[in-house]
Ligand binder design. Sequence first.
Ligand SMILES: NC(=O)C1=CN([C@@H]2O[C@H](COP(=O)(O)OP(=O)(O)OC[C@H]3O[C@@H](n4cnc5c(N)ncnc54)[C@H](O)[C@@H]3O)[C@@H](O)[C@H]2O)C=CC1
Ligand SMILES: O=C(O)C(=O)COP(=O)(O)O
Length: 633
Amino acid sequence: MPDTPAPLPYLIIDFDSTFTQVEGLDELADIALTGQPNQEAVVAAIRALTDRGMSGELKFSESLRERLALLPARREHIALLVERLKGKVSESIRRNRGFFEQFPGRVYIVSSGFREFIEPVVAEFGITPEFVLANTFTFDAEDHITGFDTTNPLSQDGGKILQLRQLDLQGPVYALGDGYTDYQIREAGLADRFYAFTENVTRDAVVARADEVLPSFDEFLYQNKLPMTLSYPKNRIKVLLLENPDPRAAELFRQEGYQVDTVPGGLDEDELAARIEGVSILGIRSKTQVTAKVLEAANRLMAVGAFCIGTNQIDLVGCMQKGVPVFNAPFSNTRSVVELALGEIIMLARRIPEKNPKMHRGEWDKSANGAFEVRGKKLGIVGYGNIGSQLSVVAEAIGLQVLYYDVAEKLQLGNAVKCRTLDELLQQADIVTLHVDGRQENTNLFGADEFARMKPGALFLNNARGHVVDVSALAAVLRSGHLGGAAVDVFPYEPKTNQESFESELRGLPNVLLTPHIGGSTAEAQRNIAEFVPERIMQYVNTGNTQQSVNFPNIQLPEQQAHRLIHIHHNVPGVLASINNVLAAHHVNILGQYLKTNEHIGYVITDIDKQYEPEVIQALREVEHTIKFRVLY
Ligand SMILES: NC(=O)C1=CN([C@@H]2O[C@H](COP(=O)(O)OP(=O)(O)OC[C@H]3O[C@@H](n4cnc5c(N)ncnc54)[C@H](O)[C@@H]3O)[C@@H](O)[C@H]2O)C=CC1
Ligand SMILES: O=C(O)C(=O)COP(=O)(O)O
């Protein structure tokens, strides 16, 4: 470790729901009652008693007596419990095993739980029996648990206080726990600080009395400058999610230990600028504008997740120059858009937008006027990317003849025919559908001229981006009857929330299908996105991997060796040399180095030996042209 460890105070750590994620007695009841009809009821009753004891609502000795009276356990169940508890050690304690092994004699487990199951669990962390202070069971001749040793101070009210007095520790003492009895140690003056440990349970009464709240043990180590496994406590990473991505996204970030805040709907520029301070990860969808002003206020931003495909709403270069990679979900909702477009084509061809409201008004308008089959018609796809090319394949399956036009050279799928110019496509297509990306140059890609060049009676679809179409021009050709119909899912201005009304010249026009930007809004797509984007972001945070970032040099990194230095800098000559000079001057052994640049930034990852002087980190931070620098252990 680079930092010299500070002297460690004595740590008094609680066992149930702190060292382990669960309450030992609850689990013991669950094991002892396996297969019994009353299992659930008895376990629930024991849990309720535990909770009342822990929050200070019930006298501790009463809670313990009543719980044991309900517990039909035998000695053999304890071995099963120990195995279960070994698998339920709190995540942050488990990953900092090295810390416990490094400080024998400084950590006491003081618990009103039972020595019979605590000792073997904490032994795996180098904590020996003399540092475990806990209750002990009593057994009858048939090895049934009959109760507890009532002479043990920990079985009494205020037991932890009695125990700490007997211990008479000399030097600073810090108590860590989730329960009221842990706080009482501090209240009695036997601990200098009380840390409420909330990784597993949060009890308001306990948190209210704490000197500090610890969402993880990493946070304790970080605050006290003690050696830790992670380079930075994950609970310090704040995530802000806007525009309702699927709840799975928040769940994954929380599972990782991040703090997650959500704001339903979108925020405008000023609102977001006011909210973004302290946020490490920003999650948005297509609406939220991440502008220069927002980025200026973003003092801790590490990454942006676009929980959609389009990233035209984000100042990608601004993010890059701040050392912030942006990740999107380029594939997750493409099929949903394809299915919507196909459905719309058939609906428009049958003039359903007119027939359906008439039926709801009670009007029976049976006629074939203006209705046609799509089989054999020409579908012109503008933008043959992930969505356009997928639509091409599916549309051919129902007999459409596909033409496409793309500014980039694209693989021609099936029998699709490439058009050399947009004009070539417009002159032939019976249906024109837009699937271009939202780059600024595409603003008003379709206006009066393009519509005029389309075949009379042709259908038009825009499921791409609102600003790509001049809406007034579209409304005019629909009103004049030059176009036979249109389906539009995206608009130059879209309401910020479902409470705001939708205004558009397209409202009320004949044979026009209007949808509120729902091309990618299906359960499948949203769930896929909510898994894809957090995965990319967490990989970046944990390993530096930028694969599939839309604005960063993409580096797929091999597994980390020892410590990893992650350096983002302005792309000017000589920065790599400066980094390596610093490393050489401090005799740091390089195990691997990876560099990629683009026109704005350079991204260099250096894996180095664990042995180095702490000054090297500061020297690297000071390398000229550095944008961001971090170390991963
Ligand atoms: N309505 C909705 O809910 C959704 C809308 N989208 C939007 O759909 C669009 C397409 O998405 P993907 O296929 O994933 O994008 P993509 O990036 O894979 O494909 C876009 C294609 O358009 C081409 N292109 C760009 N400008 C062009 C132009 N002026 N003329 C001809 N070709 C041009 C590009 O070369 C590229 O091949 C994007 O605008 C995206 O934001 C995506 C998902 C859901
Ligand atoms: O994926 C895209 O680009 C979309 O347009 C979908 O956006 P949304 O997530 O529905 O705001």
